[in-house]
Design a binder for this molecule. Structure first.
Ligand SMILES: [Zn+2]
Ligand SMILES: [Zn+2]
Length: 443
């Protein structure tokens, strides 16, 4: 049987970029993988996997480009031995990762070709707790990380100082052998690190005591982490080469510092904007006032304009969080004003409030219970408004309005109560919103 051209299998022409090869492979693998009930095709999938194995590897691709199938003979895994039935129930990404290795560490193919050579060490993660304000302004902090480094005693070779070092007989110094391995999803022939020399290619007579022959020991290292202003919860900082040292002369992996930012008792952050609640008295709201409000820059003066309504938002510009990577720009500090009604008042205050009510001609009581029907009690305008809102609501509330007799005041009161219960969770809402909610048709 003649083999199909690898580029043809991937639907690409010669000279396709590594990106195009990867993209095309993923698209086709999704269609063809045996788990796909509509278009799955195990034989085609194996063919595709083989094509990708070659074309995604710089060396093998070069060889294939020059000499065709002959150039890569024996260097591909035998995908015919792969038992794809064990793939069932796994996502495409899992399968690709299992076959070709998760992204990063050398990736597919390349990782195998260089298995006997130096490899990069593992990336490490460090969780750093930050106070709310540390995330706003940034900080520098020393952290201690335990990571693998070359053993000092044997300089990473793994041999005791008086030990003989010779070439490993099992792999003839290659550091890798071909053998049947069980991977996560399958059985396959694969080139793996030599089990006798762990891929070093060397036979060590007497292993180093300090590292038990591995050539590496774990050491505590201190790093200075510079957290920039404006970071948020979950952000990651990368400290290049802060991870484990690769074995046998490999380079360091990276260290990722994951930021866990704590909540603040007063400030609520939304991107670069900070929100706060600010209670004020009704005299302040009516007369206007200057008050001190808490900001991330400390207490600042805020002018409350006369006639401020509850739930108003007053914006203090540029007192929010500095933009990450551009700290000269900042978000805003938004003050949500809540006008508080006093619950305890002295007799003197009561007198004054009653006086105000009198001046404003506010009736605190109805002089006599309404004799006529509700419609007569309200002005023509408000009666119309009521009709309109009734028309908007569903049949239930309409019948409610009809059956609840004569007493306009009572109906009104009842509806107010409904509104109160419903909006208990939305204490931030203005009175207008509450009324609108009370008249909104129920689901
Ligand atoms: Zn050692
Ligand atoms: Zn070996």
């Amino acid at each position: 049987m003649t083999k199909r051209d690898y580029y043809e299998i991937l639907g690409l022409s010669r000279g396709a970029s590594a990106d195009e090869i990867k993209k095309s492979f993923r698209n086709r693998a999704r269609q063809l993988h045996p788990d796909n009930k509509e278009s799955g095709d195990e034989a085609a999938f194996k063919e595709l996997a083989e094509a990708y194995e070659v074309l995604s590897d710089e060396q093998k691709k070069g060889s294939y480009d020059r000499y065709g199938h002959e150039g890569v003979k024996g260097s591909t895994r035998d995908f015919d031995n792969v038992d794809f039935s064990s793939f069932q129930g796994f996502g495409m990404e899992d399968i690709i990762d299992a076959l070709f290795g998760g992204g990063g560490r050398g990736g597919f193919g390349g990782g195998q070709a260089s298995r006997s050579g130096p490899r990069q060490g593992a990336h490490l993660r460090y969780d750093l707790d930050l106070e709310f304000l540390d995330a706003v302004f940034g900080l520098e902090k020393k952290i201690t990380v335990k990571r693998l480094e070359d053993c000092d005693t044997c300089s990473g070779v793994g041999a005791a100082p008086d030990s003989k070092v010779s070439t490993c007989a099992t792999c003839q110094g290659q550091g890798q052998v071909k053998q049947l391995v069980n991977m996560l999803f399958m059985q396959s022939y694969q080139v793996i690190a030599c089990p006798d020399c762990s891929g070093s290619g060397k036979k060590i007579e007497k292993p180093c005591r300090d590292c038990r022959g591995s050539g590496q020991t774990r050491k505590s290292r201190e790093f200075e982490v510079k957290v920039p202003a404006g970071v948020k919860d979950g952000d990651r900082l990368k400290l290049a080469e802060g991870g484990d040292k690769g074995p046998r002369g490999g380079v360091f992996g990276d260290l990722f510092v994951v930021l866990n930012v704590k909540d603040h008792s007063q400030f609520i952050r939304d991107g670069f904007t900070i929100h706060v609640k600010q209670p004020i008295s009704f005299s302040m709201a009516a007369l206007g006032a200057e008050i001190l409000v808490a900001t991330v820059e400390g207490a600042k003066v805020l002018k409350i304009p006369a006639g401020t309504q509850s739930s108003s938002q007053l914006v203090m510009r540029d007192l929010g969080v500095p933009y990450l990577n551009n700290p000269s720009r900042r978000g805003d500090h938004v003050v949500h004003v809540i006008v508080e009604t006093p619950t305890k008042i002295s007799s003197e205050e009561r007198k004054l409030l009653e006086q105000i009510a009198e001046i404003r001609k506010e009736k605190l009581k109805v002089s006599a219970p309404p004799q006529a029907k509700g419609e007569d009690f309200f002005s023509a305008e408000s009666a119309q408004a009521e009709k309109k809102s009734d028309a908007n609501s569903d049949g239930d509330s309409k019948s409610d309005a009809n059956t609840s007799n004569s007493d306009g005041g009572a109906t009104n009161k009842k509806k107010k109560h409904q509104g109160k219960n419903e909006s208990a969770e939305a204490e931030d809402k203005g009175i207008f919103d509450k009324i609108v909610d009370a008249f909104r048709p129920k689901e």
